[in-house]
Design a binder for this molecule. Sequence first.
Ligand code: 7TS
Length: 406
Amino acid sequence: MTFDSNPYRKDFPILAREVHGKPLVYLDNANTSQKPQVVIDAVDRFYRETNANVARAVHSLGEAATSAYEGARDKLARFINAPTRDEVIFTSGTTQAINTVAYSYALPRLQPGDEILVTTMEHHANIVPWQLVAARTGAKVIAAPITPDGELIVEEFVARLTPRVKLAGVTHVSNVLGTVNPVRELAKACRTRGIPLLVDGSQAAPHLPIDVQALGCDFYALTGHKLFGPTGTGILWARKDLLAEMPPFFGGGEMIRTVSFDGTTFADAPHKFEAGTPNIAGFVGLGAAVDYVNGVGFEAIGARERDLLAYATAALESVPGLRLFGRAKEKAAVLSFLIDGVHAHDLATLLDHEGVAVRSGHHCAHPLMQFYGVPATARASLAFYNVREEVDALVAAIAKVRKLLG
Ligand code: 7TS
Protein backbone atom coordinates (compact mmCIF):
# COMPACT_ATOMS: atom_id res chain seq x y z
CA MET A 1 0.00 0.00 0.00
CA THR A 2 1.40 3.42 -0.84
CA PHE A 3 0.00 6.50 0.75
CA ASP A 4 1.53 9.22 -1.37
CA SER A 5 -1.43 11.51 -0.79
CA ASN A 6 0.05 12.30 2.61
CA PRO A 7 3.48 13.96 2.48
CA TYR A 8 4.02 13.60 6.24
CA ARG A 9 4.03 9.81 6.32
CA LYS A 10 7.63 9.60 5.15
CA ASP A 11 8.66 11.53 8.28
CA PHE A 12 7.60 8.56 10.45
CA PRO A 13 9.84 5.53 9.78
CA ILE A 14 7.66 3.03 11.64
CA LEU A 15 4.72 3.67 9.31
CA ALA A 16 6.60 1.87 6.54
CA ARG A 17 6.74 -1.43 8.41
CA GLU A 18 4.55 -4.47 8.04
CA VAL A 19 2.63 -6.45 10.66
CA HIS A 20 1.71 -10.09 9.95
CA GLY A 21 2.89 -9.53 6.38
CA LYS A 22 0.46 -6.64 5.86
CA PRO A 23 1.24 -2.92 5.72
CA LEU A 24 0.88 -1.42 9.19
CA VAL A 25 -2.32 0.58 9.57
CA TYR A 26 -1.73 2.39 12.84
CA LEU A 27 -5.01 3.64 14.29
CA ASP A 28 -4.07 3.71 17.98
CA ASN A 29 -2.80 7.26 18.18
CA ALA A 30 -4.83 8.17 21.27
CA ASN A 31 -2.89 5.51 23.11
CA THR A 32 0.49 6.70 21.91
CA SER A 33 1.44 8.37 18.65
CA GLN A 34 4.36 7.47 16.39
CA LYS A 35 7.58 9.50 16.37
CA PRO A 36 8.99 11.40 13.42
CA GLN A 37 12.63 10.90 12.43
CA VAL A 38 13.50 14.38 13.74
CA VAL A 39 12.45 13.34 17.26
CA ILE A 40 14.33 10.04 17.06
CA ASP A 41 17.39 11.95 15.81
CA ALA A 42 17.16 14.58 18.56
CA VAL A 43 17.19 11.89 21.27
CA ASP A 44 19.95 9.95 19.51
CA ARG A 45 22.07 13.09 19.00
CA PHE A 46 21.63 14.11 22.63
CA TYR A 47 23.05 10.81 23.86
CA ARG A 48 25.84 10.78 21.28
CA GLU A 49 26.95 14.39 21.61
CA THR A 50 25.58 16.18 24.67
CA ASN A 51 24.70 13.72 27.42
CA ALA A 52 25.28 15.07 30.94
CA ASN A 53 23.11 15.84 33.92
CA VAL A 54 21.29 19.17 34.11
CA ALA A 55 21.43 22.17 36.43
CA ARG A 56 24.51 21.10 38.38
CA ALA A 57 27.66 20.56 36.32
CA VAL A 58 29.64 23.60 35.16
CA HIS A 59 31.53 21.64 32.52
CA SER A 60 30.70 22.12 28.84
CA LEU A 61 28.50 19.08 28.47
CA GLY A 62 26.58 19.95 31.64
CA GLU A 63 25.91 23.42 30.32
CA ALA A 64 24.91 22.16 26.88
CA ALA A 65 22.55 19.57 28.39
CA THR A 66 20.99 22.19 30.66
CA SER A 67 20.48 24.59 27.81
CA ALA A 68 18.91 21.86 25.62
CA TYR A 69 16.60 20.84 28.49
CA GLU A 70 15.63 24.41 29.36
CA GLY A 71 15.30 25.21 25.66
CA ALA A 72 12.61 22.52 25.49
CA ARG A 73 10.79 24.31 28.30
CA ASP A 74 10.77 27.51 26.21
CA LYS A 75 9.32 25.59 23.29
CA LEU A 76 6.58 24.03 25.41
CA ALA A 77 5.77 27.39 27.00
CA ARG A 78 5.28 28.93 23.54
CA PHE A 79 3.35 25.87 22.36
CA ILE A 80 0.62 26.43 24.98
CA ASN A 81 1.06 30.23 25.10
CA ALA A 82 2.03 30.22 28.78
CA PRO A 83 2.59 33.74 30.13
CA THR A 84 6.00 32.67 31.49
CA ARG A 85 8.28 29.67 31.06
CA ASP A 86 8.49 29.24 34.85
CA GLU A 87 4.89 28.05 34.84
CA VAL A 88 5.80 24.97 32.79
CA ILE A 89 6.72 21.97 34.95
CA PHE A 90 8.16 18.90 33.30
CA THR A 91 6.47 15.68 34.39
CA SER A 92 6.48 12.07 33.22
CA GLY A 93 3.07 12.63 31.63
CA THR A 94 -0.46 13.76 32.35
CA THR A 95 -0.83 11.25 35.16
CA GLN A 96 2.05 12.75 37.13
CA ALA A 97 0.87 16.27 36.30
CA ILE A 98 -2.61 15.67 37.74
CA ASN A 99 -1.23 13.85 40.78
CA THR A 100 1.01 16.84 41.45
CA VAL A 101 -2.05 19.10 41.56
CA ALA A 102 -3.95 16.59 43.67
CA TYR A 103 -1.24 16.28 46.32
CA SER A 104 0.28 19.78 46.22
CA TYR A 105 -2.79 21.91 45.60
CA ALA A 106 -5.88 19.95 46.63
CA LEU A 107 -4.71 17.82 49.58
CA PRO A 108 -3.69 20.72 51.85
CA ARG A 109 -6.92 22.59 51.10
CA LEU A 110 -9.64 19.94 51.19
CA GLN A 111 -11.97 19.72 54.19
CA PRO A 112 -14.67 17.16 55.01
CA GLY A 113 -17.71 17.82 52.81
CA ASP A 114 -15.72 19.57 50.07
CA GLU A 115 -16.17 18.39 46.51
CA ILE A 116 -14.08 18.00 43.38
CA LEU A 117 -16.16 18.21 40.22
CA VAL A 118 -15.22 16.22 37.10
CA THR A 119 -17.28 14.75 34.23
CA THR A 120 -18.51 11.29 33.31
CA MET A 121 -16.15 11.16 30.33
CA GLU A 122 -12.86 11.52 32.25
CA HIS A 123 -9.88 9.21 31.93
CA HIS A 124 -9.02 7.53 35.24
CA ALA A 125 -6.03 9.89 35.47
CA ASN A 126 -8.53 12.70 36.09
CA ILE A 127 -10.62 10.72 38.59
CA VAL A 128 -8.45 8.48 40.75
CA PRO A 129 -5.92 11.09 42.03
CA TRP A 130 -8.89 13.16 43.27
CA GLN A 131 -10.43 10.11 44.94
CA LEU A 132 -7.14 9.41 46.73
CA VAL A 133 -6.91 12.89 48.22
CA ALA A 134 -10.66 12.96 48.88
CA ALA A 135 -10.36 9.74 50.90
CA ARG A 136 -7.70 11.37 53.08
CA THR A 137 -9.67 14.54 53.74
CA GLY A 138 -13.35 13.55 53.84
CA ALA A 139 -14.00 15.30 50.53
CA LYS A 140 -15.77 13.63 47.64
CA VAL A 141 -15.54 13.46 43.87
CA ILE A 142 -18.70 14.25 41.92
CA ALA A 143 -19.32 14.09 38.17
CA ALA A 144 -21.30 16.18 35.70
CA PRO A 145 -23.36 14.09 33.25
CA ILE A 146 -23.15 13.80 29.48
CA THR A 147 -25.72 13.24 26.74
CA PRO A 148 -26.03 9.88 24.91
CA ASP A 149 -24.20 11.57 22.01
CA GLY A 150 -21.27 12.10 24.36
CA GLU A 151 -21.50 15.84 24.94
CA LEU A 152 -21.03 17.37 28.37
CA ILE A 153 -24.27 18.93 29.65
CA VAL A 154 -22.81 22.34 30.43
CA GLU A 155 -25.76 23.55 32.53
CA GLU A 156 -25.40 20.46 34.72
CA PHE A 157 -21.68 21.11 35.14
CA VAL A 158 -22.34 24.74 36.08
CA ALA A 159 -25.18 23.75 38.43
CA ARG A 160 -22.74 21.58 40.38
CA LEU A 161 -20.26 24.44 40.89
CA THR A 162 -21.48 25.10 44.43
CA PRO A 163 -19.36 26.65 47.22
CA ARG A 164 -18.50 23.07 48.28
CA VAL A 165 -16.46 22.59 45.08
CA LYS A 166 -12.79 23.37 45.66
CA LEU A 167 -11.52 22.33 42.25
CA ALA A 168 -12.96 21.24 38.90
CA GLY A 169 -11.35 19.02 36.29
CA VAL A 170 -12.34 18.38 32.71
CA THR A 171 -10.79 16.67 29.75
CA HIS A 172 -10.24 18.97 26.78
CA VAL A 173 -10.83 16.10 24.34
CA SER A 174 -12.30 12.70 25.33
CA ASN A 175 -9.99 9.75 24.62
CA VAL A 176 -12.99 7.49 23.96
CA LEU A 177 -15.56 9.74 22.29
CA GLY A 178 -13.39 12.42 20.69
CA THR A 179 -15.67 15.08 22.19
CA VAL A 180 -14.04 18.51 22.36
CA ASN A 181 -15.31 20.17 25.52
CA PRO A 182 -16.15 23.90 25.69
CA VAL A 183 -13.27 24.67 28.03
CA ARG A 184 -13.47 28.46 27.69
CA GLU A 185 -17.10 28.47 28.78
CA LEU A 186 -16.40 26.09 31.68
CA ALA A 187 -13.37 28.12 32.77
CA LYS A 188 -15.46 31.29 32.80
CA ALA A 189 -18.11 29.66 34.97
CA CYS A 190 -15.42 28.39 37.35
CA ARG A 191 -13.60 31.71 37.48
CA THR A 192 -16.68 33.73 38.43
CA ARG A 193 -17.12 31.36 41.38
CA GLY A 194 -13.45 31.37 42.40
CA ILE A 195 -13.02 27.66 41.61
CA PRO A 196 -9.77 26.62 39.88
CA LEU A 197 -10.18 24.52 36.74
CA LEU A 198 -7.75 21.80 35.68
CA VAL A 199 -7.84 20.79 32.03
CA ASP A 200 -6.59 17.36 30.97
CA GLY A 201 -5.11 18.17 27.57
CA SER A 202 -3.63 14.72 26.79
CA GLN A 203 -5.85 14.18 23.78
CA ALA A 204 -6.10 17.81 22.73
CA ALA A 205 -2.42 18.65 22.25
CA PRO A 206 -1.91 16.47 19.14
CA HIS A 207 -5.01 17.89 17.43
CA LEU A 208 -5.71 21.50 18.43
CA PRO A 209 -3.72 24.67 19.04
CA ILE A 210 -3.61 25.28 22.79
CA ASP A 211 -3.65 28.72 24.35
CA VAL A 212 -3.94 28.46 28.12
CA GLN A 213 -4.45 32.21 28.45
CA ALA A 214 -7.34 32.25 25.97
CA LEU A 215 -8.86 29.15 27.59
CA GLY A 216 -8.81 30.88 30.97
CA CYS A 217 -8.07 27.70 32.94
CA ASP A 218 -5.80 27.43 35.97
CA PHE A 219 -4.01 24.12 35.37
CA TYR A 220 -3.32 22.37 32.06
CA ALA A 221 -1.78 18.90 31.79
CA LEU A 222 -0.49 17.17 28.70
CA THR A 223 1.45 14.09 27.69
CA GLY A 224 4.46 14.20 25.35
CA HIS A 225 4.18 10.69 23.94
CA LYS A 226 0.77 11.40 22.41
CA LEU A 227 2.25 14.58 20.91
CA PHE A 228 4.76 12.66 18.75
CA GLY A 229 7.41 12.95 21.49
CA PRO A 230 9.15 10.33 23.64
CA THR A 231 7.42 8.32 26.36
CA GLY A 232 7.95 9.49 29.93
CA THR A 233 7.43 13.15 29.08
CA GLY A 234 4.64 15.58 29.79
CA ILE A 235 3.94 18.95 31.33
CA LEU A 236 1.89 20.60 33.98
CA TRP A 237 1.16 24.25 33.37
CA ALA A 238 -0.23 26.21 36.30
CA ARG A 239 -0.75 29.88 37.07
CA LYS A 240 2.24 31.37 38.83
CA ASP A 241 0.29 32.47 41.90
CA LEU A 242 -1.03 28.94 42.39
CA LEU A 243 2.42 27.38 41.99
CA ALA A 244 3.83 29.80 44.55
CA GLU A 245 1.30 28.57 47.12
CA MET A 246 1.83 24.87 46.40
CA PRO A 247 4.27 22.84 48.52
CA PRO A 248 6.46 20.40 46.60
CA PHE A 249 5.10 16.89 46.05
CA PHE A 250 8.46 15.10 45.64
CA GLY A 251 11.56 16.05 47.61
CA GLY A 252 15.20 15.53 46.67
CA GLY A 253 17.98 17.08 44.66
CA GLU A 254 17.54 20.06 42.38
CA MET A 255 14.36 21.35 44.02
CA ILE A 256 15.87 23.10 47.05
CA ARG A 257 17.50 26.40 47.91
CA THR A 258 19.15 25.33 51.20
CA VAL A 259 18.98 22.13 53.23
CA SER A 260 19.85 21.62 56.87
CA PHE A 261 18.53 19.33 59.58
CA ASP A 262 16.72 22.36 61.01
CA GLY A 263 14.76 22.79 57.82
CA THR A 264 14.84 23.14 54.07
CA THR A 265 13.91 26.00 51.78
CA PHE A 266 12.75 25.31 48.28
CA ALA A 267 13.62 26.59 44.83
CA ASP A 268 10.95 28.52 42.93
CA ALA A 269 8.75 26.86 40.31
CA PRO A 270 9.33 25.07 38.06
CA HIS A 271 12.34 23.50 39.82
CA LYS A 272 10.46 23.11 43.09
CA PHE A 273 8.42 20.40 41.33
CA GLU A 274 11.26 18.67 39.48
CA ALA A 275 13.15 16.70 42.13
CA GLY A 276 15.90 14.39 40.92
CA THR A 277 17.34 13.76 37.50
CA PRO A 278 14.63 14.25 34.89
CA ASN A 279 14.12 12.52 31.54
CA ILE A 280 16.54 14.94 29.88
CA ALA A 281 16.81 13.25 26.49
CA GLY A 282 13.05 12.76 26.49
CA PHE A 283 12.38 16.46 26.88
CA VAL A 284 14.95 17.31 24.22
CA GLY A 285 12.95 14.94 22.01
CA LEU A 286 9.69 16.57 23.06
CA GLY A 287 11.10 19.97 22.09
CA ALA A 288 11.89 18.53 18.65
CA ALA A 289 8.34 17.14 18.46
CA VAL A 290 6.88 20.57 19.18
CA ASP A 291 9.09 22.10 16.46
CA TYR A 292 7.89 19.40 14.09
CA VAL A 293 4.19 19.93 14.91
CA ASN A 294 4.60 23.68 14.52
CA GLY A 295 6.21 23.03 11.13
CA VAL A 296 3.22 20.99 9.97
CA GLY A 297 0.85 23.52 11.55
CA PHE A 298 -2.53 23.00 13.16
CA GLU A 299 -4.30 24.26 10.07
CA ALA A 300 -2.96 21.34 8.03
CA ILE A 301 -3.44 18.92 10.94
CA GLY A 302 -7.04 20.06 11.46
CA ALA A 303 -7.90 19.90 7.75
CA ARG A 304 -6.53 16.35 7.39
CA GLU A 305 -8.17 15.09 10.56
CA ARG A 306 -11.56 16.63 9.73
CA ASP A 307 -11.49 14.91 6.36
CA LEU A 308 -10.48 11.59 7.96
CA LEU A 309 -13.14 11.85 10.68
CA ALA A 310 -15.94 12.52 8.17
CA TYR A 311 -14.69 9.74 5.90
CA ALA A 312 -14.25 7.22 8.71
CA THR A 313 -17.61 8.07 10.30
CA ALA A 314 -19.45 7.48 7.02
CA ALA A 315 -17.44 4.30 6.34
CA LEU A 316 -18.11 2.78 9.77
CA GLU A 317 -21.78 3.76 9.68
CA SER A 318 -22.12 1.69 6.54
CA VAL A 319 -20.99 -1.45 8.39
CA PRO A 320 -24.06 -3.56 9.34
CA GLY A 321 -24.44 -4.11 13.08
CA LEU A 322 -21.86 -1.47 14.03
CA ARG A 323 -22.65 0.86 16.92
CA LEU A 324 -20.66 4.10 17.07
CA PHE A 325 -20.10 5.85 20.42
CA GLY A 326 -19.62 9.61 20.48
CA ARG A 327 -21.40 11.93 18.10
CA ALA A 328 -20.49 15.30 19.51
CA LYS A 329 -20.72 18.28 17.18
CA GLU A 330 -17.18 19.28 18.13
CA LYS A 331 -15.19 16.11 17.80
CA ALA A 332 -11.61 14.95 17.23
CA ALA A 333 -10.83 11.97 14.98
CA VAL A 334 -11.51 9.24 17.57
CA LEU A 335 -14.06 6.54 16.73
CA SER A 336 -15.22 4.07 19.37
CA PHE A 337 -17.46 1.28 18.23
CA LEU A 338 -18.85 -2.19 18.82
CA ILE A 339 -20.06 -4.79 16.38
CA ASP A 340 -23.07 -6.95 17.23
CA GLY A 341 -22.00 -10.30 18.54
CA VAL A 342 -18.24 -9.59 18.47
CA HIS A 343 -16.26 -8.85 21.61
CA ALA A 344 -14.06 -5.76 21.28
CA HIS A 345 -10.90 -7.72 22.23
CA ASP A 346 -11.60 -10.44 19.66
CA LEU A 347 -12.18 -7.75 17.07
CA ALA A 348 -8.90 -5.96 17.88
CA THR A 349 -6.99 -9.27 17.81
CA LEU A 350 -8.41 -10.24 14.44
CA LEU A 351 -7.85 -6.75 13.02
CA ASP A 352 -4.22 -7.02 14.07
CA HIS A 353 -3.86 -10.06 11.83
CA GLU A 354 -4.81 -7.74 8.97
CA GLY A 355 -2.12 -5.25 10.05
CA VAL A 356 -4.69 -2.88 11.59
CA ALA A 357 -3.83 -1.59 15.08
CA VAL A 358 -6.80 -0.39 17.14
CA ARG A 359 -7.27 -0.40 20.89
CA SER A 360 -9.97 -2.38 22.62
CA GLY A 361 -11.02 -2.25 26.24
CA HIS A 362 -12.40 0.27 28.70
CA HIS A 363 -9.81 2.90 27.68
CA CYS A 364 -9.24 3.78 31.36
CA ALA A 365 -12.74 5.25 31.44
CA HIS A 366 -14.84 2.83 33.55
CA PRO A 367 -17.49 5.43 34.46
CA LEU A 368 -18.02 6.20 30.78
CA MET A 369 -18.35 2.48 29.95
CA GLN A 370 -20.88 2.21 32.82
CA PHE A 371 -22.81 5.15 31.33
CA TYR A 372 -23.10 3.33 28.01
CA GLY A 373 -23.68 -0.03 29.68
CA VAL A 374 -20.84 -1.78 27.86
CA PRO A 375 -17.68 -3.41 29.25
CA ALA A 376 -15.45 -2.30 26.41
CA THR A 377 -15.31 -0.78 22.94
CA ALA A 378 -12.94 -0.96 20.00
CA ARG A 379 -11.38 2.38 19.18
CA ALA A 380 -9.76 3.75 16.05
CA SER A 381 -7.94 6.99 16.81
CA LEU A 382 -6.41 8.87 13.90
CA ALA A 383 -3.54 11.28 13.43
CA PHE A 384 -2.74 13.71 10.63
CA TYR A 385 -0.41 11.10 9.08
CA ASN A 386 -3.27 8.66 8.51
CA VAL A 387 -4.93 8.40 5.12
CA ARG A 388 -8.34 7.41 3.76
CA GLU A 389 -6.86 4.16 2.40
CA GLU A 390 -6.16 3.12 5.99
CA VAL A 391 -9.81 3.69 6.88
CA ASP A 392 -10.67 1.50 3.87
CA ALA A 393 -8.28 -1.15 5.22
CA LEU A 394 -10.01 -0.98 8.62
CA VAL A 395 -13.45 -1.40 7.06
CA ALA A 396 -12.25 -4.26 4.84
CA ALA A 397 -10.68 -5.98 7.86
CA ILE A 398 -13.93 -5.58 9.85
CA ALA A 399 -15.86 -7.14 6.94
CA LYS A 400 -13.46 -10.10 7.00
CA VAL A 401 -13.93 -10.53 10.75
CA ARG A 402 -17.73 -10.40 10.42
CA LYS A 403 -17.61 -13.07 7.74
CA LEU A 404 -15.31 -15.22 9.89
CA LEU A 405 -17.46 -14.93 13.01
CA GLY A 406 -20.85 -14.56 11.36
N1 7TS B 1 -5.89 11.70 30.18
C1 7TS B 1 -6.41 11.30 29.00
C2 7TS B 1 -7.59 12.02 28.43
C3 7TS B 1 -5.81 10.23 28.32
O1 7TS B 1 -6.33 9.86 27.15
C4 7TS B 1 -4.70 9.58 28.89
C5 7TS B 1 -4.07 8.37 28.24
C6 7TS B 1 -4.18 10.06 30.09
C7 7TS B 1 -4.82 11.11 30.72
C8 7TS B 1 -2.97 9.48 30.74
O2 7TS B 1 -1.82 9.84 30.05
P1 7TS B 1 -0.39 9.30 30.53
O3 7TS B 1 0.53 9.72 29.44
O4 7TS B 1 -0.08 9.95 31.82
O5 7TS B 1 -0.52 7.82 30.64
N2 7TS B 1 -4.96 7.70 27.38
C9 7TS B 1 -4.84 6.50 26.83
C10 7TS B 1 -5.75 5.98 25.90
O6 7TS B 1 -6.74 6.58 25.52
N3 7TS B 1 -5.37 4.79 25.52
O7 7TS B 1 -4.27 4.49 26.16
C11 7TS B 1 -3.90 5.54 26.98
